[in-house]
Ligand binder design. Sequence first.
Ligand code: C2O
Length: 341
Amino acid sequence: DLSVSPNLSSCHASYGRTDLLVHCCPSESQGEEAIIDFQFPDPSTPLRVRRPAHHVDDDYIAKYKRALTIMKSLPDSDPRSFSRQANIHCLYCTGAYDQPHSNLSIDIHRKWFFFPWHRMVLHFHERIVGSLIGDDAFALPFWNWDSPDAMTLPGWYMNDPFFDDQRDFSHFPPKVCDLNFHEDNDIEPEEQIHLNLAFMYKQVVSGAKTPELFMGCPYKAGEGGVCDGPGTVELAPHNTMHKWVGSNFQPEREDMGAFYSAARDPVFYPHHANLDRVWEVWRGVHKFDLHNMDPDWLNSSFYFYDENSQLVRIYVRDVLNTTKLRSVYEEVDLPWLNMRP
Ligand code: C2O
């Protein structure tokens, strides 16, 4: 059994950048409290339908604003607080946990845990946000940056509590994003949109015909960082859009540009909801049944707090069916799907 799982009691300071030690561990000691295994939400609970951030209405924004304001007001001692939620990403993405019986750390990026782990984050975050306003149908929005009408930061993310001042001001709306961003360019918006669509086709369709290409290299217990092979979409648009949003005045373009700080920016969530949706699109295009993947992947597990501040152990195999998780995506056009060069 080479499935991966963190040793909760091993949480330690980690490097957010080579020159920056960060402390993202919860102050209470974990692993001593009761942990429960993940249970699927009751199939009779409402389906949470995630919609494009550029198309939600004012009522939705007001509702989410209320929830996020509450979340941001909770103390750090509360695992449902915005800062604790942000720290989950820091913990699992900077190697703050070790594997059981070893001092090899766990990092879920640049490997095949990328998609399932972030789906877990979204699942628990969404449940918490909804519960803060007593809405069990609340669904996170997705930033549909692969659609021409959504290739800018969603307008309402420019206002509190959705705003974050650690962003690149020159990329504020109406600036069209570069899904393959490396440095600023002078490309005209029309041309940039076209390049973005062609790039999506390459990353999801022509360049991602196997799980290895799309999901990245298979990482197993007992390996420490030797597996370093992000899949197509993780590399870009995922990494590139993190950098595109983040501040040009920060060494790693924090907040969004670095793992330890990315989830401090509320736009982290709609960005990841879109990536999660793209995972579903890829699975449909290439007709993969993820339940047939390597058992070491399926049986790997991670820990998250739910809306009752209960620590839950959830397995990769638990998150392969979005309907069972009761969160689905509104169908949107895929204008890049037939963009064969
Ligand atoms: Cu765990 Cu978008 O990063």
